[in-house]
Design a protein around this ligand. Structure first.
Ligand SMILES: Nc1ncnc2c1ncn2[C@@H]1O[C@H](COP(=O)(O)OP(=O)(O)O)[C@@H](O)[C@H]1O
Ligand SMILES: [Mg+2]
Length: 374
């Protein structure tokens, strides 16, 4: 491999957003966002369409001048720098390759614009093509490539500039599901290899869980929770985060008593559960208990902490059997159980009785939220 100046890499630089606020004229698109991305860390901005992810990314890139707040890289403010002097690489959803240029010309474009010698350009192009495993396609035009290949070129073009920061805006959204996983692994590998500090925008929670070191879950221009994938999944800070990440059953209930580390909750369906929670609730307060389908079980024996249910439907989805059951208070509950080969319904699993009792698995960690304050 040609040796240029050692990859800028290796000294990953932290990126800080401090009180970023932006409005396009109407309401706030980004509302006082503060976020510190550590050197070499990949943070995913995850949230529904319109919550301000792209706006935030474009502010970091310098395409939008924010109304308020500041952006620093390695402690130095970059707000007055034009985009091309921020040393930030960007990959968009739609590849944004120059259609009339070859793959090699696309990758060299930024280097040429920056005044790098032809020799450096050629070396860097060769190196980047090898890095993204596209050496064979150097002379093709973008339209002669598949979506995944185009996205590899877009990535090579961004990395060729040896950016300090890599920004990715829904980079896999246009790709097939199978290809997406390959590209996710590829991006993660390159981000590590080049020790890049990175922000990736996505509305796909699986993607964020798979690729990010930490996830910032956004809603209406604000960060609702910042944490590792496991933290936001296992300990959602708000009902919004709970509902946006993974699927869950929401059961109404009332706090009966407080313990040292949680509460006893009487569910509207009659079951009584002990729920660990650090949040503050008063006895008598209406609450919503959230349980992931994979943290529930179906049994054929009743118990005080089990909900009598009728089986509606069982779906064998790959390695899981998803049961849709309904309680006497007409709540629909989903229970996901690891599926044994040959089993396709709960009736078969339960021995054909038709009725069942739905409870918490041993490892269950239900979450508790105030019913009045979603
Ligand atoms: N150029 C624009 N002019 C006016 N409003 C915009 C513009 N771009 C985005 N918005 C609005 O700002 C909000 C955030 O948009 P955006 O950052 O694109 O969200 P996301 O990327 O999370 O889908 C939305 O309400 C959107 O309609
Ligand atoms: Mg967007």
């Amino acid at each position: 491999m040609p040796t240029l100046a050692a990859p800028a890499a290796m000294t990953a630089q932290p990126l800080t957003l401090d009180g970023i606020t932006h409005s396009y004229g109407g309401g706030l698109a980004v509302d006082n966002v503060t976020l510190e991305v550590k050197g070499g860390e990949l943070v995913a901005l995850l949230g529904p369409s319109g919550c301000g992810k792209t706006t935030l990314l474009r502010i970091v890139a310098g395409f939008i001048q924010q109304g308020n707040g500041k952006v620093t890289i390695d402690g130095r403010p970059i707000d007055t720098l034009p985009p091309n002097r921020r040393e930030i690489g960007i990959v968009f959803q739609n590849y944004a390759l120059f259609p009339h240029m070859t793959v090699a010309e696309n990758i060299a474009y930024g280097l040429a614009a920056r005044g790098e010698s032809r020799e450096v350009q050629a070396q860097r192009v060769e190196e980047m093509l090898a890095t993204v495993q596209m050496a064979r396609f150097a002379d093709r035009k973008p339209k002669q490539l598949s979506g995944g290949q185009q996205q590899r070129v877009a990535l090579a073009r961004a990395l060729a500039m040896r950016p300090r920061i890599l920004l990715l805006d829904e980079p896999f959204a246009a790709l097939d599901k199978n290809l997406r996983l390959d590209m996710q692994i590829e991006i993660k590998r390159l981000q590590r290899q080049f020790a890049l500090t990175a922000i990736m925008v996505t509305h796909d929670q699986d993607e964020a869980m798979a690729i990010a070191d930490r996830i910032a879950v956004m809603s209406q221009g604000r960060i609702e929770q910042l944490g590792t994938p496991v933290q936001v999944y296992d300990e959602p800070a708000t009902l919004f985060v709970n509902n946006f990440i993974g699927s869950s059953n929401l059961l109404n209930g009332q706090v009966e008593a407080a313990f040292e580390d949680g509460y006893r909750v009487a569910l509207a369906n009659g079951a009584v559960w002990s729920v660990v929670s650090k949040a503050r609730f008063e006895p008598g307060q209406p609450v919503v208990v959230s349980v992931r389908p994979e943290q529930m079980l179906l049994a054929d024996e009743p118990a005080p902490d089990r909900i009598p249910v009728t089986l509606k439907l069982s779906l064998p989805i790959g390695g899981e059997l998803i049961h849709d059951v309904v309680s006497a208070s007409a709540e629909s509950i989903k229970v996901a159980i690891a599926r044994r080969p040959g089993i396709s319904s709960a009736d078969m699993a339960l021995g054909g009785t038709g009725t069942a009792y739905c409870g918490l698995a041993d490892h269950a960690r239900p979450a508790l939220f105030s019913a009045s304050n979603p």
